[in-house]
Design a protein around this ligand. Structure first.
Ligand code: FAD
Length: 414
């Protein structure tokens, strides 16, 4: 067994992990090691060839590969050590990880661990969609790998399932691969992206957004031949011929490593539970990026990584950890999840001054109320809330918390 020793080990060399590593070095931490299972560092942006990365963290607009390359360059310039082809598989203790590498099993001992393992789209199998199992079914991630990394042919006629940002970037990837896109399907009454993004992808390529439709069955023997869709309003069905299906969105955090390490997992968002300092339930272990909010844009993940780095620096200096003292945040439908999940009494600011939320349905002019017991400590009215799109709630009510034994409750009223 190989043995490595470092001050901080970061699992995942995506935007969150690399930004955290750079920030830790800027804050004077001696040895920072980032490990990633892929052959190259950079995370998901490496294979997102469209523009739209880096606005809030790099203050420039880059393509995914350019953004990833810039982050890797910066990390190297700041003396971060990056080990690729290194998959962390388990824990010997809270701050001692085990990993597999081409040269064998490796043990990594550190003073603090940051998990930044990102998230993934649920594949067809996890969506429990009936029908045959022909070739031609992708997620956006596997499609991008197919097209941009391996340069394989995809198909001729595709249907995209899911109308969030990523569904629209799947259209761009499919067009680049010379595939005709017959539609973007969503079970909601509208798409879930920003208008400019829809304009440069679906509208530009005359791809219709087909609303209020759910996939009922996939047809085809060797290869996909058609998709049967059901109208969620009246149950009527229609069949769309196609040879390629791309399932997009429907994210799940890559939380398995955290789970294996005994970290408490949030039952709503399925990510390790973190407080405002991004500390998990296990001393010395932090989490950031899309692992704790699946899925936000790369710049939000990167800024979260920087926030985690500042918390890690404080922890390395002071060694304090909240032992069972955190105030939980409770939610109910139509809220899907909130991040961070708990509050350490006395904390006055959340990462980037806000909480991130998701809703499960389109809501017109809803109000978010935040309660502690019977006291409403903050409220805000939104114009519209849309599933899959970020909802932000200010942290300006934190100084209103009076009792560390009473949970905080987020409530949406239409
Ligand atoms: C199709 C698509 C289009 C997108 N378009 C945009 C866009 O235009 N603009 C934008 O800002 N964002 C976009 N995003 C979102 C952006 O890619 C993510 O927000 C960002 O990559 C999240 O960063 P992260 O560091 O949290 O995770 P990731 O980038 O997912 O990085 C996590 C890393 O952890 C590694 N890892 C996981 N488990 C292990 C393990 N056990 N051991 C070792 N390594 C491990 C993975 O290999 C990966 O490299 C897009 C995403 C997709 C899928």
């Amino acid at each position: 067994m190989n043995r490595l020793k470092t001050d901080v080990v970061i699992v995942g060399a995506g935007p969150a992990g690399l930004s955290a590593a750079i920030e830790l070095r800027k804050l004077g931490v001696g040895n920072v090691l980032v490990v990633d299972r892929e052959q190259q560092a950079g995370g998901i942006p490496r294979h997102c060839h469209h523009i739209g990365f880096g606005m809030r963290d790099q203050h420039r607009i880059l393509t995914g590969p350019a953004y990833a390359a810039r982050q890797v360059q910066l990390a190297e310039r700041y003396g971060v050590e990056i080990l690729t082809e290194t998959t962390v598989t388990g824990w010997d203790s809270a701050t001692c990880l085990t990993a597999t590498r081409p040269d064998g099993l490796t043990q990594i001992q550190s003073s603090a661990v940051l998990l930044a393992t990102g998230c993934r789209e649920r594949p067809r199998s996890a969506r429990l969609i009936p029908g045959s199992r022909p070739a031609g079914i992708f997620t956006t991630g596997s499609l991008q790998n197919f097209v941009h990394v391996h340069h394989h042919p995809v198909g001729k006629r595709a249907l995209v399932i899911g109308a969030d940002h990523v569904g629209f970037s799947a259209v761009l990837t499919l067009k680049e691969a010379g595939v005709d896109v017959v539609g973007i399907v969503t079970e909601f009454s509208r798409h879930q992206t920003f208008l400019p993004y829809k304009l440069v992808s679906a509208d530009r390529h005359r791809v219709p957004v087909l609303t209020d439709l759910k996939v009922q069955r996939i047809l085809g023997k060797q290869r996909v031949e058609a998709v049967e869709l059901a109208d969620v309003r009246d149950g009527s069905s229609r069949t769309i011929p196609c040879d390629t299906i791309v399932f997009t969105g429907n994210w799940i955090p890559d939380y398995e490593l955290g789970y294996a390490g005994g970290l408490a997992i949030d039952p709503h968002g399925h990510s390790p539970r973190v407080n405002l300092r991004l500390q998990t339930s296990v001393k010395g272990v932090f989490a950031a990026g899309n692992l704790i909010h699946a899925a936000e844009t790369a710049d939000v993940a990167a800024l979260g990584g920087r926030h985690a780095a500042r918390s890690i620096r404080t922890y390395l200096d002071l060694g304090d950890w909240p032992d069972g003292e955190s105030i939980p945040i409770e939610i109910a439908p139509p809220l899907e999840w909130v991040s961070p999940h708990t509050i350490y009494p006395g904390e006055q600011s959340a990462p980037q001054g806000r909480f991130i939320l998701r809703v499960t349905q389109v809501l017109d002019r809803p109000t978010l109320r935040i309660w502690q017991g019977s006291r409403c400590i903050w409220q805000h009215r939104y114009r519209v809330l849309i599933p899959n799109l970020p909802v932000y709630a200010s942290d300006q009510w934190l100084d209103q918390i009076e009792n560390k034994n009473t949970p905080i409750r987020f409530e949406i009223i239409e």
